[in-house]
Ligand binder design. Sequence first.
Ligand code: HBI
Length: 357
Amino acid sequence: MQISANKLLFISTPVGALGTGIGGGVELTLFNITKEMTRRGYKVEVIAPQGSVMQPFIVKEISGELQIPGQTQTRTSPITMPKNSVLANMWEYARQVQAEYDLIVNFAYDWLPFYLTPFFQIPIAHLISMASYTDAMDRIIEQVATKFPGTIGVHTQTQAATFQLEQECTCLLNGLDLSIYQFCVQPSHNLAWVGRITPEKGLEDAVAAAKIAGIPLKIFGVIQDETYWQNICQDYPTETIKYMGFLSTFELQKELSKCLGLLVTSRVVEAFGNVAIEALACGVPLIAYRRGGLTEIVQEGKTGFLVEPDSVPGLVDAISRLNEIDRYACRQQAEATYSLEAMGDRVEKWFKGILNR
Ligand code: HBI
């Protein structure tokens, strides 16, 4: 029978309000999936922490204390919940309104939504935004993957492998509204780095490599760890570092598209690499540590270079080879694989698989 799967309830990450950048890549992912499923005729409602803004979409704001970021936890960290948890409050609201929807989609990398899955009357799809960080999360994800086959979505196989989930999950990659990203034929003499400014993103390596290469580095993103940022600024002269702030997508792509290349220096296994496909969409070649989801995005020698992890000399060598990359090949990869249309097909197929089960 045809299920009219046209009512979706998206529940956001509890680590920060949408629009602040604290939610990292999941903010862009949530926005793009909302945009594409709305375009395809689905009714999408979004629940997110107080203060969230996601123009032009309406967000149901829920108050409460933000959740501790998962990447700050250790493998054996117990699950913690603040007394007035925004995560718990968002899911209590969802429990009350669930009858109005066909499917709930969880965007939080947290234990509670997975634990609550069997208690809900409608199906819940879980889009996992990070690789494995803690034993407690691994366990509850694997339990849901077993009990509710087909409901776990990931961005890459590399990410799935960190949970030993290669078989039981749907690989969505990610997608962007490519019409926002403008291609620039004649780049200026700058490199780019984009991301939350915090130790796990390895910004200091990108600055070190840019200094050795003698090319200024434009840095885009929210300063999440002030001390970390101050230490970098003190260690490097101003002519190497140009902090551009946390920009809107439109402003970011305008600056990013003019850069020679994007350096991706993450210390941890990234589930995907939203900033990497944004760069490709602008025709900007990638230089990334051979780690995590980036290994499934960079086409070696064609759209960028994969570098030995944590090797600054490796970054410097790749920077010297950027002129080997055809910038248009970068844009073409984005058009072939990371368009909103292509992502929408993958996501809609995932949703239908759950609803028709
Ligand atoms: N931590 N506890 C928790 N919950 C999340 O949803 C979460 C997080 N850390 C980072 C994060 N989400 C997003 O930045 C991901 O896109 C990486």
